[in-house]
Design a protein around this ligand. Sequence first.
Ligand code: ADP
Length: 156
Amino acid sequence: MNTAIFPGSFDPPTNGHMDIIERAARIYDRLIVAVLRNTNKNYMFNDEERVSMLRSACMGLKNVEITSFEGLLVDFARSKGSKIVLRGLRAVTDFEYEFTMALMNKKLAPEIETVFIVTSAENMFISSSSVKEIVHFGGPIEDMVPKSVASILRKR
Ligand code: ADP
């Protein structure tokens, strides 16, 4: 069984994330979406809320599991028996960060490969941080996040 891990903050999940998840679920037998718990980061949503938002959004995807993790990603991947870390790429601005992370993870765990899926053109500009900024100022976010996430964001 080919298991891939898609790690991230997902604070909150966006249509950009969903696009990568849906496409990856068609490629791999099992996809684990791994929500990072990092006590040093100031998240808008705690890890349980982020997991719960992803679970609702991924309800129809039978081979997708949502869980949270802390510590080293490679340790988490090993604990799940996965040799594939999946990341999405938007623009060149993502590249340098992703490139460094991929090399660092390769150094830590040579058996694990980082695989990149390129964003769909319509999601290229969507990020969790821009969604948070727009909702803060009362702007429309309905086309950028799953429906269930939009209503939670509005309430917050
Ligand atoms: P992190 O804090 O780990 O970067 P994010 O939740 O911001 O977590 O992103 C998780 C993954 O999803 C990253 O690989 C990121 O590049 C990817 N991603 C985020 N937004 C998009 C998008 N609009 N299109 C494609 N991939 C995206």
